[in-house]
Design a protein around this ligand. Structure first.
Ligand code: GCB
Length: 609
């Protein structure tokens, strides 16, 4: 028999931290919604001069009432490049979506600019009154989206989901979706001009047509109350009948079957006391099947319950101290190459992390695809998620800030119900300045307000203590704001002297957990030699041995995520026969071959509690 559990409204439980739902949040749990996938072959046109977007005065067509009638155009009121005589998509080749263009067309290997994509499809709604949205997993970097000749809007940011409602525009046959994808780097962008990874362009994640009842479950949170007395969260309906609707929340395994009633704005906050929850952890990634049901709608999810906090210099998972045995990962597909975007890619990458003995992964340097997050949740890997606020961002530009905040907000929308995500990282190796401190503090305030169920951090930089190069410290005002003090360090690699590790000591006076978010050395798989010879596997192996000894002396050390699991493509790494466009700091080559240092780290993790 199911017990109806005790439900309290949020007014009575102000002591519980919670997550705030965003106004413009993307649909919660789109991953599990029935959909028509638009993956597959898309026609494409490469447009380096952006003739499909600008007229010969370099004015965008869509902002003009009469753009002029140059020789290139069939009509002056053109709203989409499909109207351009030369732009005959049907005669063009195809690219596979999801996928980057660089690894699909040799001519586009180095290309940074605009490519137009087009896909046609028929669609018959199952209920005439239903709403239909187009859901985009991610497009790098700027996407101008046109549907049936109408501009839906523009999205900026290469690694997060967004959506448009197309209910009014949809027809039963010959719908066509055209997307201008532009991956040009920009000073004011996030990331900015300069990075150490390949700027893969294209529709890199899936696009779905999702049909929803007119009034539907648009957004929800569900998690463990911070005093662990039960579960709590918020549900938000959208649609004409969202007010005073009944929502049934069921978790069979916990005997929970609770009726909730939305308020006038379609929202309900709830807390349900439950004392028999098995908590999620890497050792036991227990998750519960949940169902939310309304008159018209129903959605299932799989949810782990955990708390993550700090106490002095400890990281506490479910109230117990834990050491984060991690590895950093770029979103690149081993063996196949290009952006990783399938469940199989995630299985390979996270499978290797497990083999290393990891309980934690740092997904660098931008939000990774959702398969990574879902799989980590399932197999028990804690995650550090990060936005591409990397190196030298345009700190004083308000648009740049808004862009960064928007990316953070979109990844939060997507992943807020995943227990495995324990850290939001605001930035990587950003130089201290007033403007940067303000920028990062604002981001931290934003995410803390939206989600106090996770820790925040940033990969900071270390420096000499009192001018002494042998004593290292963290001197950064943002160190006062983060929950976890993380920093990157490459002692023994960029200085070329591994023995230096034996002479370094650490002066860290912040009473916070410390994570070494990066260390590493480049090695070409199969290249052997003495341990002081750069690029050999022996050099990398020795650096790992010495670094582990060095950082183990930091009292507050509570985790490490070395740089990194697999060699990855970067235009900065051009040394012939060694790098060949790859950053070689992987413990595994891009072909899947394990280097000697892999086993050093594995042994260290196996020896750690
Ligand atoms: C870093 C960066 C990372 C680079 C790495 C390197 O500090 O955070 O993006 O790839 O160093 O290999 O130098």
């Amino acid at each position: 028999m199911k017990l109806v559990k005790w439900t309290i409204t949020i007014g009575l439980v102000m002591c519980f931290v919670h997550m705030v739902l965003g106004q413009e949040a993307v649909l919660s749990n789109a991953y599990n919604r029935k959909c028509l996938s638009l993956d597959g072959h898309w026609k494409y046109i490469v447009d380096p001069y952006e003739n499909g977007f600008y007229n010969y005065r370099y004015e965008p067509f869509e902002y003009q009432s009469n753009p002029g009638n140059g020789a290139f155009f069939t009509n002056a009121k053109r709203k989409s490049p499909a109207d351009l005589v030369e732009y005959d998509f049907d005669k063009m080749d195809s690219l596979i979506v999801p996928g980057d263009w660089n690894s699909q067309d040799d001519k586009l290997f180095y290309y940074e600019g605009t490519v137009w994509y087009k896909k046609s499809f028929d669609y018959i709604k199952s209920e005439e009154s239903n709403s239909v949205i187009l859901y985009f997993g991610a497009i790098n970097y700027t996407a101008d989206v046109y549907f049936n000749s109408k501009k839906l809007g523009r999205h900026v940011g290469g690694f997060t989901p967004f959506q448009f409602d197309v209910t009014e525009l949809l027809r039963e046959t010959d719908n066509y979706l055209i997307i201008k994808v532009d991956n040009k780097r920009a000073k004011e962008g996030v990331p900015t001009l300069n990075t150490d990874w390949w700027n893969y362009g294209g529709i890199t994640r899936s696009i779905k047509v999702i049909e929803l009842p007119q009034t539907h479950i648009a957004d929800y949170t569900i998690g463990l109350a911070d005093d662990m007395s039960g579960i709590h969260g918020t549900i938000q309906l959208q649609g004409n009948s969202k007010a005073r609707q009944q929502v049934q929340l069921q978790i069979d395994e916990l005997d929970i079957d609770t009726s909730l009633i939305t308020n006038a704005s379609g929202q309900v906050d709830y807390t349900i006391i439950a004392d028999d929850i098995k908590y999620w952890s890497p050792d036991s990634p227990k998750r519960y099947a949940i169902t939310l049901t309304t008159d018209a709608d129903s959605i299932v999810d799989t949810i782990g319950f955990r708390t993550i906090t700090t106490a002095g210099s400890d990281i506490m998972l479910n109230g117990e101290p834990i050491f984060l045995k991690g590895i950093s990962i770029h979103e690149e597909s081993p063996i196949r190459g290009g952006r990783a975007n399938t469940r199989e890619d995630a299985e390979m990458l996270l499978g290797w992390a497990k083999e290393l003995g990891c309980n934690f992964v740092r997904l660098a340097h931008y939000p990774h695809n959702e398969h990574m997050i879902r799989l980590a949740d399932e197999i028990g890997l804690m995650i550090w998620e990060e936005i591409p606020v990397y190196w030298t961002i345009d700190w004083t530009n308000p648009d740049t800030y808004n862009n960064a905040e928007n990316q953070l907000s979109e990844v939060l929308s997507r992943d807020k119900n995943r227990a495995c995500v324990i850290i939001w990282s605001m930035a990587n190796e950003t130089p201290v300045s007033e403007a940067r401190n303000t920028f990062l503090s604002k981001l931290a305030t934003f995410i803390k307000h939206k989600d106090s169920t996770r820790l925040i951090s940033a990969a900071l930089e270390q420096k000499n203590y009192n001018g002494n190069p042998l004593v290292r410290t963290i001197e950064d005002p943002f160190a006062e704001i983060v929950d976890v003090l993380s920093f990157n360090q490459y002692i023994g690699w960029y200085d070329g002297n591994i023995e230096k590790c034996q002479t370094i000591s650490w002066h860290i006076d912040q009473n916070k957990p410390v994570i070494i978010s990066e260390f590493g050395a480049g090695a070409k798989y199969g290249l052997h030699g003495p341990r002081d010879e750069r690029w050999t596997e022996e050099y990398q192996e020795y650096l790992y041995q010495e670094t582990i000894q060095m950082i183990d002396q930091i009292d507050q050390l509570r985790g490490v995520s070395p740089w990194l699991l697999v060699d990855f493509k970067s235009p900065r790494r051009v040394l012939p026969n060694i790098q060949d466009n790859y950053n070689r700091k992987g413990l595994i080559s891009e072909k899947g071959e394990k280097k000697k240092a892999f086993f050093v780290l594995r042994d260290y993790y196996n020896s750690k509690e």
